[in-house]
Design a protein around this ligand. Structure first.
Ligand SMILES: [Zn+2]
Length: 228
């Protein structure tokens, strides 16, 4: 594979070398309405040139253009959350994890202050949907969420946030306030050249069904979670 860097990505092809930059492909306004009735509009952006070729989205929420202008003028950086796809939690309301409530919370908080939510197609911390469900079966046999990932042949967390840095650069956001409890997201984004000026914690969405999952996130990967 050639390592030659080109400024303009070639026409969409799955085998082109990873480009350094991505560009916005389309932006379309989508009215969102959640199950609890909360609604807002999102500018849903698609991209050309994302490193892994997957169909990741960036949602511009609230007055995100104003937030960007204020950021460029030295004001507060826009609020931003990278949210990894969770079909069971985001779509079906599974209580095995806290993804659905985190997504719902993030959209409202970001819409309120103006900013971005990246919706990333890396299910199950990057292992995929079937493997995640296999890991659930092992969790029912007593393993925690990370032990179960390892038992099905995967790492604790296989996510990579390079495409987030690409998407933020494409819209001109070079500094953010990161809405996340996950220290790895902050570290990776900083390493990718995004200035993470603050890490803003999300609420704790604790239920009887997800208590062990949240405890493992806190104890194994250092998530900032206060569990009663
Ligand atoms: Zn989930």
């Amino acid at each position: 594979m050639s390592a030659t860097a080109t400024a303009m990505p070639a026409a969409a092809s799955a085998v082109t070398p990873a480009p350094k930059s991505a560009t916005v492909r389309t932006s379309v306004r989508v009215p969102l309405r959640f199950a609890d009735g909360y609604s807002t509009d999102a500018d849903v952006m698609t991209f050309i040139g994302l490193v892994d070729g997957k169909e990741h989205l960036l949602l511009g929420l609230g007055d995100w253009r104003v937030a960007l202008e204020e950021s460029r003028d030295g004001g507060e950086a826009p609020l931003m959350r990278p949210h990894s796809e969770c079909l069971t939690g985001d779509v079906f309301g599974s209580e095995r994890c806290d993804c659905g409530p985190q997504l719902r919370e993030a959209v409202e908080r970001i819409a309120h202050s103006g900013g971005f939510l990246a919706y990333l197609r890396q299910e199950g911390r990057g292992i995929g949907l079937y493997a995640k469900l296999d890991a659930y079966a092992l969790q029912d046999a007593g393993l925690d969420t990370y032990e179960a990932n390892r038992a099905v042949g995967h790492a604790d967390d296989e996510r990579d946030y390079s495409m987030v840095a690409q998407m933020l650069a494409a819209v001109g956001a070079d500094r953010i306030r990161l809405l996340s409890n996950n220290p790895d997201k902050a570290a990776q984004l900083e390493g990718l050249g995004v200035r993470v000026e603050a890490q803003v914690p999300t609420a704790v969405h604790l239920t009887a069904a997800n208590a062990r999952y949240l405890a493992a996130k806190r104890d194994v990967t250092g998530h900032l979670l206060e569990l009663a």
